[in-house]
Design a protein around this ligand. Structure first.
Ligand SMILES: Nc1ncnc2c1ncn2[C@@H]1O[C@H](COP(=O)(O)OP(=O)(O)OP(=O)(O)O)[C@@H](O)[C@H]1O
Ligand SMILES: [Mg+2]
Length: 262
């Protein structure tokens, strides 16, 4: 299937994404598109098991869909390996903690820029801690924003859950890109860490990046959010302005996904 002229100009076009695990549908013909330069955050919501993570995994190339296509900036990236999709400008952060636990906080961020500078340069960087300035400076300023600069030489495994999660987000920021797919970026964070992440998301939006954030407790992000997409049992059941979606028929499903303390 090819793109229309309008779709060709879009940042992201997802058509009929379908993915099953052991015969159980995690995504059923989900279609979604993002305008180029649209700005704002798209919140992806829905109960546990709705297919949010699977959706992000298929868009960034970690998983192959059974059916459907993903186009990024007019290019079919459906069957590209995730490193190539990342290089094209799609960056992913993870719901679970994914950091290099035996490495220092600084090296975690430096390593994340691998796909842009080449593995040889990163190896050199890790050996020679003075390394090319730009990468370490960029890593340092991200750590500073997260109040983690003072812990830059600690091993990642010795950080708290919230701090490790920030390192994971810092790694995503080091990769750069035009589209950020954030899986539960604020879940489980302290108030203070959550504020930091919200500021970072706001600055991504100000810089013209597109952000799709899957989140159960999305209220703190609503101010930056221009669109809400609801998945339920692998199907897209709503897609529109947040206040309209929240006032619509899927609201019970959305709030059911938040548990009792929402
Ligand atoms: N690797 C896998 N193997 C088998 N089943 C999977 C796998 N990944 C996801 N699933 C199933 O696919 C469905 C969608 O899961 P997914 O993790 O995408 O949901 P989610 O909306 O991200 O949920 P949560 O809010 O709990 O993170 C669920 O039924 C889940 O059990
Ligand atoms: Mg998930």
């Amino acid at each position: 299937m090819s793109l229309s002229k309008e779709e060709f100009a879009d940042l992201l076009v997802v058509k009929d994404l379908t993915k099953s695990f052991n015969g159980n549908a995690a995504l059923s013909r989900v279609s979604f598109s993002l305008r180029n330069g649209g700005g704002g955050v798209v919140l992806l919501v829905g109960p546990n098991g709705a297919g949010k993570t699977t959706f992000l995994d298929v868009v960034c190339g970690f998983l192959r869909p059974d059916l459907g296509q993903v186009f990024f900036e007019g290019r079919d990236v459906t069957n590209l390996p995730s490193e190539k999709t990342a290089r094209a400008g799609v960056t992913r952060s993870f719901q679970e903690i994914r950091v290099l636990r035996q490495m220092t906080v600084m090296d975690n961020l430096v390593m994340a820029s691998r796909c842009f500078v080449g593995i040889e340069v990163v190896t050199a960087l890790l050996k020679d801690r003075k390394g090319p300035h730009e990468i370490r400076e960029r890593a340092g300023s991200i750590l500073n924003e997260f109040d983690l600069y003072g812990k830059r030489d600690r091993l990642a495994k010795d950080l708290s859950f919230g701090e490790m999660k920030l390192v994971g987000l810092g790694r995503a920021l080091m990769k750069g890109g035009r589209l950020f797919l954030l899986d539960e970026p604020i879940a489980g964070l302290s108030e203070r860490a959550m504020e930091k992440v919200i500021q970072i998301i706001a600055s991504l939006v100000r810089d013209g990046k597109a952000v799709v954030a899957a989140e159960h407790k999305f209220q703190p992000l609503l101010n930056f959010c221009e669109r809400m997409v609801v998945l339920c049992a692998g199907e897209k059941i709503a897609d529109g302005l947040p206040h309209e979606v929240l006032a619509g028929p899927s609201t019970t499903i959305i709030y059911a996904g938040q548990g009792h303390d929402a």
